[in-house]
Ligand binder design. Structure first.
Ligand code: MN
Length: 238
C-alpha cells in the first residue's frame, strides 16, 4: 500500500489564475515524500475541517506539518513581546494542533518541520522563544543559513538520516522551543544549543525538526533520508 499522508495547508492570497484565495502546501514536501514512496494530501484550514480532524486523520497513514508563520503566543500562555512576530493565523494554529493531537491519539506517525516542531511542542504544552535574537548572543544566526546539527545517536531522527551530523541543514527560523513539552525528548541541537530536533517518547514515530530538510532533499541524501525514514515508519504499521 502507498502511504497517504495528510498535510494541513495554509491560506494563501494573491494566487495567480484562481479567483479568490487559495490553500497551499509546499511542493518540496510532496516531492520529498513522493521520492520516499508516499503521497501527500492537503487538509484545508477551515473550521469544519478542524472540527473533523480526528475522523480525518484516522483515514490517513501519517501527518506532515509544514513551515509557516508564527504561532499565536496566547497558545502557550504568553502575550506577544517581540515586534518580529509575523504571520499569526488562528485557523492555521487550530487545524495543526487538532491534527497533531489526533495523530498522537491514533498512533499515526508525524514529521513536523520548522513551524511544525514549534506547534508540536505547543500542542503538548510547551513554550517558545518568541525571538531567538533576544536570547542568543549572535542574534539572527538561524535566519536563512546553513548550520550544523548535532543529533543524538540512536534517536529516531539520527536513525532515519543515518548520521548524527547531517549535511546541508537549512535553517530558516527566528523562534525555537523554550520550555520542552512533557513527553518530548530533545534529539538534536545547533552548535549554540538551540533545540533543532525532538521526538515523542512513544512507540509511534513522531519527530520534529527545526530546519528545512525539504529544501535540499532532492540533492542531499541525508535530508532525503529523513523523509524515507518517516515513510518507512508508516509502512511498518500499515
Ligand atoms: Mn536553526
Amino acid at each position: 500500500m502507498t502511504p497517504v499522508i495528510l498535510l494541513p495547508g495554509k491560506l494563501t492570497t494573491n494566487s495567480q489564475g484562481v479567483r479568490g484565495d487559495t490553500f497551499s502546501t509546499g511542493r518540496r514536501y510532496s516531492e520529498a515524500v513522493a521520492r520516499a514512496g508516499g503521497v501527500v494530501v492537503q487538509a484545508q484550514p477551515i473550521a469544519q475541517t478542524t472540527a473533523a480532524a480526528h475522523e480525518l486523520v484516522a483515514r490517513f497513514d501519517g501527518v506532515i506539518i509544514q513551515g509557516g508563520g508564527d504561532i499565536d503566543p496566547n497558545r502557550y500562555g504568553q502575550k506577544p513581546r517581540s515586534n518580529a512576530i509575523y504571520g499569526i493565523s488562528l485557523e492555521h494554529d487550530e487545524l495543526e494542533i487538532a491534527v497533531i493531537r489526533a495523530a498522537i491519539e491514533l498512533d499515526k506517525p508525524i514529521l513536523a518541520i520548522c513551524r511544525g516542531i514549534q506547534i508540536l511542542n505547543v500542542a503538548l504544552g510547551g513554550t517558545l522563544h518568541q525571538h531567538l535574537a533576544d536570547v542568543l548572543a549572535d542574534g539572527e544566526s538561524h535566519w536563512d543559513k546553513y548550520h550544523e546539527i548535532n543529533l543524538e545517536p540512536n534517536s529516531r531522527v539520527a536513525n532515519a538520516m543515518k548520521t548524527v551530523a547531517p549535511k546541508q541543514s537549512h535553517s530558516f527560523h527566528h523562534q525555537a522551543i523554550d520550555k520542552l513539552a512533557h513527553g518530548l525528548v530533545v534529539t538534536g541541537r545547533a552548535p549554540d544549543q538551540t533545540i533543532e530536533a525532538v521526538e515523542l517518547d512513544a512507540k509511534t514515530w513522531i519527530v520534529g525538526v527545526q530546519w528545512h530538510p525539504e529544501d535540499d532533499a532532492d540533492t542531499e541524501p541525508d535530508q532525503q533520508n529523513l523523509f524515507n525514514g518517516f515513510v518507512w515508519a508508516i509502512k511498518e504499521v500499515i
